[in-house]
Design a protein around this ligand. Structure first.
Ligand SMILES: [Zn+2]
Length: 161
């Protein structure tokens, strides 16, 4: 005696509401026309519904994927952009750029943030500006200024180099 097939009409599975049974069969199984809460209409095999395998037209999966994508992006942003600013080069107390004697400033002419190196020697201040990165300002600005203006000590200079 054949078991009476389950009538899913009108039943709800997740976001899907079963509308009607379709005449077609998939691997001998009943296919149901369902309407998703998002408005899409999809055809789902009965066992997918009853097993909880299918609970939407696919929009739930899409939403999850978008969420993961967004989260992945956030994580990536943390690893690649935010962290390196602080990793490896602890900002020194005397500087906001992380480099001694380097300050950022707003270049009015180019409308960009630039970096300027400065050094104070015997109460006099020397500047070298126009650098695009604090590193550049330090190595090509501050160190050059040190070389030029700092009074050289015999033992210092060859210990450093
Ligand atoms: Zn949907």
């Amino acid at each position: 005696m054949a078991r009476r097939k389950v009538d899913l009409k009108g039943k709800r599975f997740g976001r899907l509401t079963v509308l009607e049974e379709l005449p077609e069969r998939k691997n001998g199984k009943v296919v149901w026309r369902c309407r998703c809460d998002c408005g899409n209409v999809v055809n789902v095999v009965s066992t997918y519904l009853t097993s909880g395998q299918t609970t939407s037209c696919g929009c739930v999966k899409k939403e999850l994927e978008a969420k993961h994508l967004r989260e992945g992006y956030e994580n990536k942003r943390v690893n690649n952009v935010v962290l390196p600013l602080f990793k490896g080069k602890e900002p020194r107390k005397d500087s906001t750029t992380g480099f001694r004697g380097v300050r950022s400033y707003y270049a009015k002419k180019s409308k960009e943030v630039r970096y300027r190196a400065w050094i104070t020697v015997n109460g006099k201040r020397y500047y070298k500006g126009g650098f695009r990165t604090p590193e550049d300002a330090y190595y090509n600005g501050r160190l050059k200024l040190e070389e030029k203006y700092l009074p050289k000590k015999e033992n210092d200079s060859h210990e450093k180099r």
